[in-house]
Every structure is written in C-alpha cells, then in structure tokens.
Design a protein around this ligand. Sequence first.
Ligand code: HSE
Length: 437
Amino acid sequence: MKPVKIGVLGLGVVGGGAINVLKRNAVEIARRAGREIIVTRACARSLNKERICNTDGIELTTDPLEIINDPEIDIILELIGGDSLAKDLISIAIARGKHVVTANKALIALHGNEIFEQASAKGVMVAFEAAVAGGIPIIKALREGLSGNQIEWLAGIINGTGNFILTEMRDKGRDFEAVLAEAQALGYAEADPAFDIEGIDAAHKLTILASIAYGIPLQFEKVYIEGLTQVTREDVNYAQELGYIIKHLGIARKTAKGIELRVHPTLIPHRRLLANVDGVMNAILVQGDAVGPTLYYGAGAGAEPTASAVVADVVDVVRALTTDPENHVPHLAFQANSITDIPILAAEDIQTAYYLRLNAEDKSGVLSEVTKILAKHQISIEAMLQKEPLEKSMKHVPIIMIMKTTLEKKMNAAIEEIQKLAAIKDKVIRIRMETLK
Ligand code: HSE
C-alpha cells in the first residue's frame, strides 16, 4: 500500500518532537498503522533556525498553504498554536478534504464546535489527543475506554508549567520568576506564560475534557478561573501542617442542578495520589459510576511526550482512512446529534469545602465574632489553627480555618462580613478544598 504522506505546520517544540518520533519509530508505527507514514513537507516561519529535529528528506517552506493545497498530502499536523492563523489553516485543510491532527487546546476549546461541524460535513477527522495533558492518552480513555460510564466528576493537574512552579517553590524554596524562566527554557510554557499562571491553559483543557465527559458543547467562557499567583508560601506551609497540599486543579462535576467547571488552587489531602504528582507531570482522576476512580498520570508538556500523543492520533487517523465517516469515533465522544446543552453552574452555585486564613487582632471575642457570622450562614467549621504572633510586637495573629462543604454563595457572603470586622486586618484568604473521595 502507498505510504501515507504527512505535512507538518510548525517546527517548534511539538512539531520537532513529532518529526523525531515519527522517524525514530517508523517501523513500529507502520506495523501498528498498517501503512508506512512519512513526513514529506513541513512549514515554519523561518527556515534558518536551529531545530530539535533533523529535516533531511522533508521539503521545507514558509507558506503553509503550499502544504495544505498539495494533493499528495493526506494528513495535516497543525502544530503552530494560537487561535487565529491556526483556525484559518485548519478550516482550509478541512475544506480540501484533509484529516487534521492538532495539539492546539486554545483552538479546540474556543472554536472546536465549529471546526468539528465543518469536519463532519466533509467526512474528515480532527484529532486532538495532544491538546490535553501532553502525553497522557486521556482523550482516548474518556472517549473510548470509559464510554460505558456516567462520569460523576474529574479533577486534574492539567498544566505542567504551573505544577512545575508550585513544586519547585514548595520543595526547593525557589523564586517564582526563576522557575518560570526554567519552564520556558524547557519548552513547557505557553508562548504567553500568563496562560499557564492564570489558569487559562488549564481552563482550555478542562473545557475539552468536560465536553467529552458529558456530551456538552465546548464552552470555555463558562469556566470559573483563578490563577496560581495568589498562592503564598505561608498558605502552602499552613496547609501542610493541616495535612493538605495545594495543587492547581481543573475540576468538572455533574450535579443535579448542572455541571461545575472550575480551575483554581485547591487544597487536597496529602495522602491522595494526586497530591504527589510533582514537577511537569500531569494527572487526571476520573470518577465513573461503573468503574469507580481511575487515575491517569504522565508528562504534561515537553517535546516528545506531546509528540507521543500527536503520533498516536496520526496512527488512529491512518487506521480509519478506509472507514466510512459515519463509523469514525465522534469528535466529542457523543454522536453530534446527541450533544446536549446541560447548564453550567455559575461560580456562586458551586459547592466545595474551604480553607480560610484571617489576620485577626489578638484579643478575646474576635473568634466568637467570626464563628457567629459563619453560623449565621450555616457554615460548619471542620478544623481550626491559631498561630502565635510572628513577632512579639505584632498585634495580629493568623487564624486558619477549614470549612465543611458549603455553597460558594454562602461563603462569599460570610467572607464579606468577616472582612468588615474591625479586628480583621488584610484580605481574608480563601482557597477551595476537595477531598477527592
Ligand atoms: N503550557 C502547557 C503546560 C503545555 O505547561 O501544561 C502543554 O499543554
């Protein structure tokens, strides 16, 4: 059989990694796919840059349309990122009847509904395993391996850069900026690292996971997002004293009222496996009604882990080249005509437990004022810790409280009142907490 010809758009970390893996493992890959797979053309903004891959035998260009318009090319790998040029190129590729493999989470989260509709109309596949959690085959697991289950919830560390920063700061006391610079040098971070730090990248990935888990349209704009910059060493230490680790999690949970979609720093019990996922590693815990909890772990960023997912998608597409389009696995796991608009809950309607840190005047009666407010809002305290003043001369002491699960709306109202107490100095710190049971 004729080899399948691939055109690669983008020769950065992921594009370079994909070419290396496709070349190095060509024989094994062909045995799995049933056809030889070769990269014949690739495109990059500049052709004179040093690359992580050897491009011998690959025709290079700076014009992506030359590749997309080439009738010899069967599959386009879109590995340039971003959501404007990439979107146009994918749209043209689909219109030309090409199958597409992409690692572009922003693009899928923001424009996936439209792209999949276009691809289905043309009978082509758009595969995106590499868009979520780097090398972990979580899309395949959710879409195929767990298709007998109702997904009750999923929670994951889905940004490698953020996890790398939190781990290095906690374990080595390193400075935020220095760790971020290292993550950039290692090719983990987004072109704009604010996407990693502010939780946007994790929210893109959560949007995709939730669609596949619940058969809902992709709706990034409804994800509640909090970044990790507000996590201080002080809170990391207090959390540890209470038996918790702070992780930046993406959480999707189906409740009777709708679906919670949220990305924020989260205290989790230190004995949970997820609490021990460090550095650039990602992990996703998925709770299915039939299977119970399942955990997926692996490198969440980096050239070859991401390439591993890209190449797996290429193999899947090649295997399905001769199948009728109606027999392809649906893009979002559920048949397109079964995608249902289940409501996404507003942030104030989510239910979770909380860690609060107050800086309170060290005098009698303050604690009772605080607990009175909590009781008024029917919020129950699980644990509490009052620290000595950091220095003898200090008139305020840190009070750390763990609250049982409550409605966010109630917690907001209570915090607003606590904040107004004369004895409370500085902003009340609130971090959400999950037991992950
Ligand atoms: N910037 C992303 C991360 C890359 O750090 O997880 C992988 O999606």
